[in-house]
Design a protein. Sequence first.
Length: 672
Amino acid sequence: MNMDPTVRNIGVFAHIDAGKTTTTEYMLYRSGSIRSLGSVDEGTTSTDSLDVERERGISVKAASASLNWKGHKMNLVDTPGHADFLAEVERSLGVMDGAVLIVSAAEGVQAQTEVLWQALKLMRIPTVIYINKLDRIGASFERALNDIRRLLSPSALPVQMPLHTEGESFYAIRELWKTNAGSDGRPEREPYDAFENKEKEQFRGAATEIIAEFDDELMLRYIEGDIPNEDELTLLLAKHSAAARIFPVCCGCSQKGIGITELLDAMLAFLPAPPPKTELAGIVFKIERERSMGRAAWVRLYGGKLRNRDIVRLNGHEEEHKVTQIRVLDGLKRIDAGEIGAGDIAAVYGLPDAAIGDIIGDPVLVPKTPEMAVPLLTARVLPDSEADYVRTAEALRELTDEDPLLDLAWLPELRELHVRMMGAIQLEVLSSMLKSRFDLNVGFGPPAVIYKETPAKVCEGRVAYLAPKPCWAILHFTIEPGERGSGLVYRSQARADDILPAYQNEVERRVPEALKQGLHGWEVTDLVVTLTYGQHHVWHTHPLDFVIATPMGIMNGLASGGTKLLEPILRFRISVPEEHAGRVLSDLSRMRAEFASPSAEGERFIVEGTVPASTSMDYSATLRSFSAGKGVMTASFNGYREAPEDTEASRTRNGINPLDEAKYILSARSAL
């Protein structure tokens, strides 16, 4: 078992078709982890293991593999590039020590690239940027680099450059940040010729200028013309890239294996392993089911050690469980290990109730993961036959365990199943997985946009739950509209003498649950809820009384003040030949889009802005159709805003409405 304290967990991220899976495949091949190369087009890559991934040539699930490079273990996580599977990317982000962000030299920085970058930046994850596909016609290293500096970070620093020119004549790269070295670490050739020496001097100057922005002492030296030598500069590069202040830029062509060795060297130099912590701390970031081993919880350990037969209690769970087996990555294989140490990831067995996001040990030592993935669509599940209804529900419950954002809504009284998704492609993949894994033929109703609600004005909600005896719970709430994007803010002004702190805690826990379904059936958000007054009874109050009363008080308030609908908004970028510019602008106006002044890049028309998801759901396909495949639209979630007043959108409520108090109380007390 590898207990190397310098183990690194590195995520490979990119917009779809930038070459992420091919790059991962070649890294595994060059390091000796696999013996032969697979192909995305032929469906034979190592990390695309699902049938649907091989058929479509896209990654659906984050796939893990390990490699050893110059004595150091790296766990690679190949993440999906399609926006529909952003949730899978989000779950992987939280366990990464470093990242490789791939940008196509032909397309440059795309919408999904920017979304990924914002998350990497928010979490301060050290990142190497890799400009791929330099062999493509129309590829440009300089244009891609300008894109990166303009849209991602001005602190992007090329540590390599393409030899010769881009396109079909591209054949090699040159490293700028170190002496070209063989695998044994000895220089391949020295001294450099005059041209290379000039390049090295230019690189040292450019690198010093960027690093000096974060280093006052170096800034003074730079002003005086004192440029660090190669050895000192290498140390400075490592220090500031590890702190996510500068971002080394590599380049190559993964399809031909050009630049892969140099990329691995850069990952070793610029994506360091964090210092291990001594106290036990880890997070469950993935749930899998294997035919031979059963349910596996993939755990990233930040501190301490986890051993076979350890007794584990996950944060927020009451029961303890014994770890029955731990399996670590060895290339593409999973091998038994008696224990894992800080920094490693492993499949842990014996935790039957583990869920994604559960924490082992000290939660303070586990970094927070940003929420990027927001399901925008919901669809009704249509089993092939009524006899398959229960089997389909159980299968979807298992898949929701692996992807919580599917958020399965099972309505037994209506015999209906509903799931949430990021886009139409995800529905097709879900249907394929239900067939291949569970032998179920399942269709879906037309996807509908997921709206949200927000209070229309300040209102008060009151409830006096005093019958049928024994019970006693009185609650008064003030509900106010909040700032857009603020979610729920809860506070209490109730006195401990009137309502015990234990009961107040129960109310606080139940308010988010009560807001899951508003007056129109959508989640209520962007509001401030204040418990202004409450009352318990020393003899008649049961702890569950406030669990039952809270939704009634919240819904009473919403009904008195009303709610407004909020619609999801996408940030888009459209690139299309100039002759289609008029049609695009007309369509955008019809779709209620807001956009900046269009620009031109070569003979292409570029327009960026925001547009409601409800009006633009199918526009990407429409654009491709009328532009003969030459128009491209990329989009990412940008938030919610108020829908037009004439918008009509509601959905079926799950369970009994708390506004029907008598029926709701009977149901809550299991008397129906």
